[in-house]
Design a protein around this ligand. Structure first.
Ligand code: HEC
Length: 276
């Protein structure tokens, strides 16, 4: 099939590109941007952050009106209360981040060379708790989701700015990329099958979004009330192809998040958002 051959070609191109002399993540991102521009020319570059909504003007209008007074404002306010509550030692979450946590979330995930692994924004929250002798939050918990809903909103409008520098970082990026292109589950689909090859096509009632812009707006509230983090979405997309979902904060998911967020570089952050 034409579409399948395209993915194999693109995956080959990307994997091949990464071993070339001047190739790397930047070339991967350009190749994907070029591909989508051809496949989905109706999406303006800045509109990738809207995911599938960018393909459906009516749904986008509805989204715009929901976002004027979103049903999850109280949840975000609960997140603010967690963020602003002083630790037992009197210090605050804000003290753990440059600028009190404003315009920082777009720098995550980054590769922590000392630890030899990817550090997500959630990891930074738990590192802050630990440094202040507080109990860490469970990854994937509502508490962590509410907190990041608020804390990341302090970076609204910041451009995603993930860096892949040095051999450790590059290796983690490559692992995330391999995960993205590897087929799995009873349906034998990769992430790329749906979000690259079939981007714009319908699966039941859902239109498949392109992966550029996928990582710029988490957490989101599905149906306006159900809190979903990016890794909750990974788990759901794994389940959809009847693959076993991985643990929150697993090395695989963190590498995947690193790769995927790099592909949103240059796009403005917005947290949280509504999705149906
Ligand atoms: C069987 C097809 C399929 C596969 C395979 C798949 N997804 Fe999805 N994914 C969907 C559907 C359907 C949605 C909801 C509609 C949309 O936004 O694309 C979705 C949504 C998403 C979203 C949220 C988009 C948004 O703006 O809310 C992300 C992120 C995502 N997928 C990532 C992944 C990753 C990473 C993988 C591989 C682990 C993957 N998907 C595999 C079908 C798939």
């Amino acid at each position: 099939m034409m579409k399948r051959r395209l993915t194999a070609f693109l995956a080959g191109l990307l994997l091949g590109a990464s071993v070339g002399a001047h190739a790397g993540p930047a070339e991967d991102r350009k190749a994907l941007n070029d591909y989508y521009q051809q496949r989905l020319p109706q999406i303006k570059p800045g509109d990738y952050i809207y995911g599938a909504l960018a393909l459906n003007p009516d749904a986008k209008d509805q989204y715009d009106s929901i976002m004027i007074f979103p049903p999850f404002v109280n949840d975000v306010d609960d997140g603010r209360k967690i963020w602003e509550k002083p630790f037992a030692n009197g210090k605050l979450f804000a003290g753990c981040f440059p600028g009190g946590g404003k315009n920082v979330a777009g720098d995550y995930p980054y590769f922590d060379n000392a630890a030899g692994r990817v550090a997500t924004f959630e990891n930074a929250i738990n590192a802050c708790l630990k440094a202040n002798n507080e109990a860490e939050f469970k990854y994937g918990s509502r508490e962590m989701g509410l907190l990041t809903s608020y804390a990341k909103s302090l970076s609204d409008g910041m451009k995603v700015n993930v860096k892949v520098e040095g051999p450790g970082a590059l290796a983690a990026y490559e692992k995330g990329k391999q995960y993205y292109y590897a087929r799995r589950g009873q349906l034998n689909f990769s992430c790329a099958t749906c979000h690259i090859d079939y981007a714009g096509a319908f699966i039941r009632s859902e239109q498949l979004s392109p992966m550029i812009g996928h990582a710029a707006h988490w957490p989101e509230f599905r149906a306006g009330t159900e809190l979903f983090t990016l890794q909750t979405r990974f788990r759901q997309c794994n389940s959809q192809v009847r693959a076993v979902p991985l643990e929150f904060n697993s090395e695989e998911y963190n590498n995947l998040e690193y790769f995927l967020t790099y592909m949103s570089n240059g796009l403005p952050m917005q947290t949280p958002v509504f999705r149906k």
